[in-house]
Design a protein around this ligand. Structure first.
Ligand SMILES: [Zn+2]
Length: 267
């Protein structure tokens, strides 16, 4: 398949498909706010809705000109991955619907949402902050694309042993790693950037004080935060397959036999 059977920027179609998938898989789909009459939705399983701690957070479509992640997240969930039955899972299928429709990085207000996650004057961020308040996740995943990239790469913010290399390896049957040693001003090695400390310093020195979603999640809500990027000039179905492989690899790490054993010891 060289193209999708519909536009990668067809938000009504995306929402319709999510409603079908939620209906067949028992997931809950909730509108957290409307922006310019477009609903922004959250999808979660019963464990997440009950407020169980841990599990996985995934978001896509924060930048509207990066469309592979939104379809990959839908595809992955439609495949009924084991984690949906084993752990709390919270998903934001598309946080910037106007941007997706218009094929722009910024939202309908001209704002880069991914520098605004601490700004509760923004209606989407205010609604989003309410939904994640008090939650703790084992991992958060933020799916993005980069039109300057020549391969895949990953920012990993972690308090535990790095799994980044393994995760990138799982994606390599679809797209190879970006060989650059500096990407967007950060030092990378084989497509991987790992950081545990000094995160606030990155916000101040490189991002002008604006908080990306991944950094806010890591500082307040997640043990590990992954921002995964594909080159947006590559073939769309391959980019979708790559994001899906990344999600499968992250989820496998959370529900493998060892992790299930630990889960059963929970008191
Ligand atoms: Zn992006």
């Amino acid at each position: 398949m060289s193209t999708l059977p519909h536009s990668g920027h067809d938000y009504p179609h995306l929402l319709g498909r999510w409603k079908e998938v939620c209906h067949t898989s028992g997931l809950r789909c909730e509108t957290i706010c409307e922006i310019g009459e477009l609903p922004v939705v959250k999808v979660e399983n019963a464990a997440a809705a009950a407020g169980d701690p841990g599990g996985l957070y995934v978001s896509a479509g924060v930048h509207g000109d990066e469309c592979a992640p939104v379809w990959a997240l839908l595809d992955w969930v439609a495949s009924a991955p084991l984690i949906l039955r084993e752990k709390p899972v919270v998903l934001f299928p598309c946080l910037n619907p106007a941007g997706l429709i218009e094929n722009t990085r910024h939202d309908g207000l001209g704002i880069d949402l991914n520098r605004s996650f601490a700004d509760t004057s923004h209606p989407v961020i205010a609604a989003w902050q309410q939904t994640v308040a008090g939650r703790r996740f084992e991992a958060s995943v933020h799916l993005h694309e980069d039109y300057d990239a020549t391969g895949i790469y990953l920012y990993e913010l972690t308090r535990t042993k790095s799994r980044g290399d393994q995760l990138l390896f799982a994606c390599e049957p679809h797209l190879t790693r970006d060989p650059a040693s500096i990407i967007d001003g950060s030092d990378f090695e084989s497509g991987l950037f790992v950081r545990t400390t000094g995160i606030e310093q990155i916000v101040e020195e490189q991002l002008g004080g604006g908080y990306p979603e991944a950094i806010l999640l890591f500082l307040k809500h997640a043990e590990v935060s992954y921002t995964f990027e594909t080159p947006s000039e590559a073939d769309l179905p391959r980019r979708i397959a790559t994001h899906r492989a990344f999600l499968e690899a992250v989820a496998e790490g959370l529900v493998g036999p060892f992790q299930r054993g630990l889960g059963s010891l929970r008191v």
